[in-house]
Design a binder for this molecule. Structure first.
Ligand SMILES: [Zn+2]
Ligand SMILES: [Zn+2]
Ligand SMILES: [Zn+2]
Length: 367
């Protein structure tokens, strides 16, 4: 194989990978199968089901012509050079026949799906199982119309995981799109279990900067519907839980990472425990100014023996913040790239702007 041929093979492989799993740059340039054939696919936001039936057929067709396009370009550029060994020659003939058969097979399959208004398509078949009149072969369309309707609303949750996989939660449905298919689960008859988590470092310098993903097994109890897994960033877990009208069971082995800020709040608590207390009548305090749920339990009262230009000043505000919210406020005012220095840093009182350090944060004690 000449250098040129090797180069062509590598280029074609990369192109193939970019066509099947388009990187972000391709998506933003509109260089994806979906955007090139946007007219054929129709509008996903208006006809979600029809769009995905069309999309699955389009993917099938485009992917099936990959080998034949490869062979055609190859022979146009490099000519016919059959290997000398007879056995290898037969192998090549078989590959060529297969390359011709693939698109024919894909066309036949799509023709079969399309019969009777797409009744044979796997998406239609799965929706048929959800219909109230499974004996009427057209009833999948009623379910499809219901899903299209829910998808048109603004209250849906969409989490895109890759160019081909996204998770959609509407009022009653949980759906996951894949290369040639869409998984469906009706929320009313599905069990959701968070089975495990995995973490990936997103920053090379900082091992604390990792993204955690939760894998959730969705098991529809309806006959003939296969369970599937959805995977979301653990920061989105709460949002997902809020959108689904049934609890997600979390296995005891699943441990969610606390964020950097959560970890700082814990350290902040243990640090201020050591400071002197501030005596105050806690009975008539309003709820915390930030979270509105907890009672204020700290007061900024200068105790530190600091000197220099950036000196702490006394704060005369009433206790208005709870210690967790004050810790979050403190963390949010610090240099995010220098976490080691947070505890020794200063911050301004969120109400009166007076300077304070952690030594000045006093827990309240009843008078
Ligand atoms: Zn609070
Ligand atoms: Zn103040
Ligand atoms: Zn201070």
């Amino acid at each position: 194989m000449s250098e040129e041929e090797v180069g062509f093979n590598i280029f074609y492989l990369l192109l193939l990978f970019a066509v099947i799993y388009p990187p972000k740059e391709f998506i933003s340039l509109g260089f994806t199968i979906e955007s090139i054939f946007a007219n054929y696919l129709g509008s996903e936001s208006i006809f979600f089901i029809n769009y995905h039936i069309n999309r699955s057929c389009l993917m099938l067709m485009v992917h099936s012509i990959v080998p034949i396009v490869y062979l055609m370009i190859y022979y146009l550029y490099f000519g016919v050079k059959l290997p000398k060994i007879v056995f290898v020659q037969y192998f090549w003939y078989m590959l060529i026949v297969l390359a011709f058969l693939l698109p024919i097979g894909a066309l036949c399959l799509i023709y079969y799906y399309k019969q009777n208004n797409w009744r044979n398509h796997p998406i239609a078949k799965i929706l048929q199982r959800y219909s109230n009149t499974p004996n009427n072969p057209e009833s999948w369309m009623t379910v499809a119309a219901e899903i299209n309707n829910e998808f048109r609303r603004t209250d849906k949750l969409i989490k895109t995981f890759s160019a081909i996989t996204k998770i959609v939660v509407t009022e009653n449905w949980i759906m996951k799109t894949s290369l040639y298919f869409v998984h469906f689960a009706h929320q009313s008859d599905s069990a959701l279990i968070a089975v495990n988590t995995d973490s990936h470092n997103i920053s090379i310098q900082d091992t604390n900067d990792s993204a955690q993903f939760v894998n959730i097994q969705v098991t529809p109890t309806r006959d003939g519907i296969k369970p599937f897994k959805i995977r979301i960033n653990s920061l989105d877990f709460k949002e997902l839980q809020d959108r689904i009208n049934r609890p997600i069971v979390i296995l005891s082995s699943v441990k969610f990472h606390t964020t950097i800020i959560d970890r700082f709040v814990e350290v902040f608590h243990s640090e201020i425990e050591r400071n002197p207390r501030y005596r105050a009548n806690q009975a008539n305090l309003d709820n915390c100014f930030a979270c509105m749920t907890k009672k204020p339990d700290v007061k900024i009262n200068k105790h530190c023996p600091d000197q220099g230009d950036d000196r702490c000043t006394n704060c005369f505000c009433r206790p208005m913040w709870c210690s967790s919210c004050l810790a979050r406020w403190f963390a949010s005012r610090q240099d995010q790239s220098e976490r080691e220095t947070w505890l020794n840093s200063k911050c301004n009182c969120p109400m009166c702007r007076s300077r304070f350090c952690i030594l000045d944060v006093c827990l309240l004690e009843d008078e």
